[in-house]
Design a protein around this ligand. Structure first.
Ligand code: GLU
Length: 421
């Protein structure tokens, strides 16, 4: 994968500046939106299995709470830094606004390699980190969820730690929990499913659909990529290449996704590397394949000035957060490539997180059909509203339109609430 050092925060701020100009946002509101409302940085010790103590760095950033409690994932990764978390928190504010769910944006994380920690170390680290951010999280203030390097088990430990310290079980403090512990049916699949649904909406505008054997190249086969692939495969799409951080596989007649998923589940890092039914392919070649759709579902800064000119897909669907740099986005636009932006394409996860939170606080649980139908309706409506915004402002880019819609919604909430005191 591309290991680009582009600063995600600088890019997010330049997008905000650009879109604010297009919609004529008052400077007062832009100034508020440029800064996260609250930033918590913590260093905390953890007892390791070998008897030593390791000190970890962690963050929780709340960007804006004008539309409701802050919402966003927890990332466990050796690559993260505070600027990245600030940028991702801002993206969450836009994401929750564009799909119109009553939240603001947040993000958090710990600098660590979760693959290198034993289950016991991961458990103790998660619990101590939860204790460190205890003062800012809560079901009415800031609700974490899974992100890169975290999963439902980690969310159970966050929920348990918070609940033990509060003296009562608090299901609504975190989403993405296991089903047995107040999780929602359909949450695990939600982000990938949303990527599929928004891809279908974009294909529909081009007069086609996945079922017409649309060809897809996919980067990333984690929770988002694998569930996207499954949905696309079940609906007649042909995924001809999948690559991740360790390797990739190419098969022009289409990969058998359930088989590939089974194979990856047995790999130590859940990689597709070495899958026998296809040829090996690298990330660079994958991006240049002649396909209908390119789906970057891994990490940020993957489509850059370096590889954007070689992209031959006519549709890019961003399952990852921030996979395209602003300069690369301009290249894609000049080439006439449609980009379904992250804040719309991968919003399915936070939408079903919202359903999980509603179910948790009301202790009343929905069927899988209720979840998937409601997810479908929200995403289709959001896609249509983004399109309408695009027409209103005479824009070409769905990203600019999605941001315009989101920023307007957040600014309106700030205006209606007024400034305290
Ligand atoms: N981490 C996911 C995202 O970036 C989900 C956030 C959530 O469910 O709160 O959208």
């Amino acid at each position: 994968m591309v290991n680009s050092k582009e600063n995600l925060l600088e890019n997010a701020l330049s997008e905000l500046q650009k879109v604010s100009g297009i919609i004529g946002l008052k400077d007062d509101y832009r100034k508020i939106l440029e800064k996260p409302a609250q930033t918590l940085s913590t260093s905390f010790p953890v007892n390791m299995d070998d008897g030593t103590i390791e000190v970890f760095e962690g963050y929780r950033v709340q960007h804006n709470a004008a539309r409701g409690p802050c919402k966003g994932g927890l990332r466990f990764s050796p690559e993260i830094d505070l600027d990245e978390i600030k940028a991702l928190a801002m993206l969450m504010t836009w994401k929750t606004a564009v799909v119109n769910i009553p939240y603001g944006g947040a993000k958090g994380g710990v600098v660590c390699d979760p693959w290198k920690l034993s289950p016991g170390e991961l458990n103790r680290m998660t619990r101590r980190f939860t204790y460190s951010i205890m003062s800012v999280i809560g079901p009415d203030s800031d609700i974490p969820a899974p992100d890169m390097g975290t999963n439902p088990t980690v969310m159970s430990w966050v929920m348990d730690t918070y609940s033990m310290l509060k003296g009562r079980t608090t299901l609504g403090v975190v989403t993405g929990k296991p089903l047995e512990l107040g999780g929602s049916l359909g949450r695990t699949e939600a982000t990938g499913r949303g990527v599929y649904l928004t891809m279908e909406e974009a294909l529909r505008q081009k007069g086609t659909s996945c079922c017409n054997h649309v060809t897809i190249a996919l980067q990333g086969f984690g929770n988002v990529g694998s569930n996207f692939a499954r949905a696309a495969h079940e609906n007649g799409g042909r995924i001809i290449a999948v690559a991740d951080a360790y390797g990739g596989v190419f098969n022009p007649s289409g990969l058998n996704i359930p088989k590939l998923a089974e194979y990856a589940a047995r790999h130590p890092r859940r990689s597709v590397q070495g899958y026998p039914e296809g040829d090996s392919i690298g990330n660079r070649e994958l991006f240049e394949l002649e396909v209908d759709v390119l789906a970057p579902c891994a990490m940020e800064n993957q489509i850059t000035l370096d590889n954007a000119p070689g992209i031959r897909a006519s549709l890019v669907v961003e399952g990852a957060n921030g996979p395209t740099t602003p300069a690369a986005d301009d290249v894609l636009m000049d080439k006439g490539v449609t980009v379904v932006p992250d804040i719309l394409a991968n919003a399915g996860g936070v939408v079903v997180s919202y359903f999980e939170w509603v179910q948790g606080v009301s202790s009343f649980f929905w069927s899988e059909k209720q979840v998937t139908d409601a997810l479908h309706d929200i995403l289709v409506k959001a896609f249509a509203e983004v399109n309408k915004t695009r027409e209103t402002y005479g824009l070409q880019s769905l990203r600019v339109a999605a941001m315009a819609l989101a920023i307007q919604r957040v600014a309106k909430a700030i205006e209606l609430r007024g400034i305290f005191p």
